[in-house]
Design a binder for this molecule. Structure first.
Ligand code: AMP
Length: 212
């Protein structure tokens, strides 16, 4: 299974990709996670990426293509992958087509996680990660017992640096301007599937499995 998950920040791509990766036994490849790892490692590239991400802007297409080209030839991606956060521009979508052509592995589908714009803000401002388990939580939506479980396990609720209101507005604007054309790119090629991503995590997962 080779798929791309598309959707605005906060549409639940990461959450659903983490579940699908277990169900389908193919790696979850998140360019945002890869960039955050580079930032945490403190490399020169990581330092550059940090300021771009904190401003809510996009890392350049050629750098992203390099990162993804290296990742897709790793052995664990031989039988498929779930791309989360890539492609994010029309150029990246065209680059990915070319790369997959060269590798001889076409994409099965691009799935748009469709969510009303007003829900996104709450999802993003409330989003936290448990430092102990890596679990994604939301202070508005996750049952209190689950949040307490993280703290009881000795974990802390981590807030992503770019999940503040100013950066979020910028990221949503960048999504509209740069990433919505990617949706059209796949629609025109008859490869787009749209999933209603509003609702409980398990419900959305069931809808995803339905279209796959
Ligand atoms: P995400 O975790 O997918 O929301 O990504 C967090 C941030 O990483 C984005 O706001 C961008 O600054 C950067 N980023 C992630 N993926 C890409 C990409 N494909 N192209 C450019 N920048 C990216």
């Amino acid at each position: 299974m080779r798929i791309v998950l598309l959707g605005a920040p906060g549409s639940g791509k990461g959450t659903q990709a983490k579940i699908l990766t277990e169900e389908k036994h193919v790696p979850h490849i998140s360019t945002g996670d890869m960039l955050r790892a580079a930032v945490a490692a403190g490399t020169r590239f990581g330092q550059k990426a940090k300021s771009i991400m904190e401003a809510g802007n996009l890392v350049s297409d050629d750098i992203m293509l390099g990162i993804i080209a290296e990742r897709l030839v790793e052995p664990d991606a031989a039988d498929g992958f779930i791309l989360d956060g890539f492609p994010r521009t029309r150029q990246q979508a065209a680059d990915l087509e070319e790369l997959l052509d060269q590798l001889g592995v076409p994409l099965d589908a691009a799935i748009l996680m469709d969510v009303d714009f007003d829900i996104l803000m709450k999802r993003l401002t409330g989003r936290r990660t448990c430092s102990k388990t890596g679990k994604l939580l939301n202070i508005y939506f996750t049952p209190q017992a689950e949040i307490d479980a993280c703290k009881q396990a000795g974990g802390e609720l981590l807030h992503r640096e770019d999940d503040n209101e100013e950066t979020i507005s910028k990221r949503l604007q960048v999504y509209r301007e740069s990433t919505e054309p990617v949706v059209e790119f796949y629609r025109k090629r008859g490869r787009l599937k749209v999933v209603n991503a509003d609702g409980e995590i398990a419900e959305v997962n069931a809808r995803l499995l339905d279209v796959l």
